[in-house]
Design a protein around this ligand. Structure first.
Ligand SMILES: [Zn+2]
Length: 260
């Protein structure tokens, strides 16, 4: 199963990283819809799109307004037709027809914030169900975390993925049981260890705490996401010093492709 990291930044897009968006092309599932959504057309191959939102903040939802343009651009990239004055109306019509096939799943609180803002767009808005069936025999489950963010776990026979963002990793965090043993964990990390008081104050995890979460949950592979646009919160030069906590760790980057 392939995962493409369309946006690995948090808070504010930068030249280096768009904001939160993670896409599974083979099944048409997207986790969050930040500014990284603009990378979607290149990877879109499934006729349906299911978007699961972790919470309502703009760095996770701003890309919801890009979907019409994304569908049209994907049609142009993959449809084999050149674009001209005679056929532009066909492109527009097909993109408009794709909008109502877009299903956006979120908890009730997130829907209450996000749905009214996008009322002019004909998406389907769906409250999260305890078990969401996924294509190819998969299932998605969710759980609430600290800072009122939803965490996700996606399981297929032989493949599993968990997505943890915008929360504080603690040794006793309840979400650790939900992500136990996954093949791939996307876990947020918003700062180096010496700024752990600050990262906790702003509702985020620091470097060692993210690695400790992965070790405690006995996941197989960890990719750190949701990097800060503020330079002093960067942690790439600190990783080797703490790698022993959880050796199979990488720092995610935009357009990184992962097979799990
Ligand atoms: Zn965020």
């Amino acid at each position: 199963m392939k995962l493409v990291l369309l946006g690995t930044g948090g808070f504010l897009p930068t030249d280096a990283a768009q904001t939160a968006c993670y896409f599974l092309p083979e099944v048409g599932v997207m986790l969050d819809a930040g500014s990284g959504t603009y990378h979607l057309p290149k990877y879109l191959q499934y006729p349906e799109l299911d978007i699961y939102l972790s919470h309502a903040h703009g760095d996770h939802t701003s890309g919801l307004v890009y979907l019409f343009a994304s569908y049209l651009t994907a049609d142009y990239l993959h449809g084999g037709e050149t674009l001209d004055a005679d056929n532009i109306s066909g492109f527009v019509q097909r993109a408009n027809e794709a909008l109502p096939r877009t299903r956006i799943h979120a908890d009730e609180k997130t829907l209450a914030f996000v749905q009214p803002i996008h009322a002019y767009l004909p998406y389907q808005w769906l409250p999260l169900q305890a078990q969401e069936p996924l294509p190819n025999g998969g299932v998605l489950t969710h759980f609430m975390m600290e800072c009122e963010t939803v965490g996700y776990r996606l399981d297929w026979p032989g493949h599993s993925l968990a997505y943890i963002t915008d929360t504080i990793a603690r040794p006793d965090s309840a979400y650790l049981e939900h992500i136990r043993g996954v093949d791939l964990l996307l876990h947020e990390c918003n700062g180096p260890d010496h700024l752990s008081v600050l990262t906790e104050h702003i509702g985020h995890s620091h470097l060692s705490s993210a690695l400790e979460a992965a070790a405690q949950a006995q996941v197989k592979r960890l990719v750190l996401i949701h990097s800060s646009p503020i330079e002093s919160l960067g942690y790439s030069t600190n990783l080797e010093a703490v790698r022993s906590i959880f050796p199979n760790v990488e720092i995610g980057y935009d357009k990184m492709e992962i097979d799990f």
